[in-house]
Write a new protein. Structure first.
Length: 178
């Protein structure tokens, strides 16, 4: 079943926007695979008679990114670890100069139930094309994409002289009710 036609405003009260990272490097056993949740974000979807008549815009506040879970690693994540990771994210993403990550669709295609959204993702002041795959069931909307950080000029975080690194690719997913 397809989404209802019309303009839909959405944000954290309507669902979750998650970023999942993984580790690489010789020291990857020491680090954690992270689930990061965007806690401050907003979006607008215009649903037309068909995918080609639809559009979406989303803005995420970098300062609202929160570590929700860390799997793997030698030790569990502490609250201090979570705070340090959040500070590192703000630095890597240059939040002082670029406080938001934005996505704006340029084309929606496919069937009303399963479709792709092509658009422009802006991270740390750099805009690049990105495609998101999505599915609709009634008013529920789910989707995902993979973001390769270096494509946006971001050097993935590393520690221990490069022995522990964040993998270049991060997965972004959403599950919300319009």
């Amino acid at each position: 079943m397809a989404l209802r036609e019309g303009t839909h405003e959405f944000g954290p009260d309507d669902g979750r926007l998650l970023i999942r990272t993984s580790r690489s490097g010789l020291g990857r056993r020491a680090g954690h695979d992270l689930t990061i949740e965007a806690t401050r974000w907003r979006g607008t979807a215009v649903v037309g008679g068909g995918p080609g008549d639809s559009s979406v815009e989303v803005a995420v506040d970098v300062a609202g990114l929160r570590v929700r879970e860390g799997t793997g690693g030698v030790l569990p994540l502490s609250d201090a670890d979570r705070e340090q990771i959040a500070a590192n994210m703000r630095e890597v993403l240059r939040a002082a100069e670029h406080p938001q990550i934005t996505f704006r669709s340029t084309r929606v295609g496919g069937a009303p139930e399963r479709f792709t959204v092509e658009g422009e993702l802006t991270v740390a002041g750099r805009t690049e094309p990105l495609t998101v795959t999505a599915a609709a069931d009634g008013d529920r909307l789910t989707g995902e994409t993979t973001v390769k950080q270096t494509r946006w000029g971001i050097k993935p975080y590393s520690a221990f002289f490069g022995a522990l690194k964040l993998a270049d690719e991060v997965r972004v997913s959403f599950d919300l009710t319009l």
